[in-house]
Design a protein around this ligand. Sequence first.
Ligand code: ZN
Length: 111
Amino acid sequence: MNIFKRLWRRIFPRRPDLELSFVEGDTPPENLSPGHLVVAKEGDELWAAALLCPCGCGERIELALIDAANTKWHLVSKDRLSPTLHPSVWRKTGCRSHFWVRSGKIVWCAE
Ligand SMILES: [Zn+2]
């Protein structure tokens, strides 16, 4: 990132769609607030990430981050204001939202 961009970011901080926070333990908290991605961790081990569905339906989405899980997501960027998850999140029930979390932004997948 060049110096001008960096300076611009400092003056006008970008508001992310999702802000990352961590809790100690193996389960994310019951109560989540919109715009937050909460990751449960014990020491260096990341267990699970949770967020409220960004479509606004209010459903809770929980993603396994541990190696033992069959379906597993990677928290590629642990930056507080620009978390990135891989692969995409695709709800198979309810609203069926399909999106990526990239650099703190929700990127919707076209059906
Ligand atoms: Zn939804």
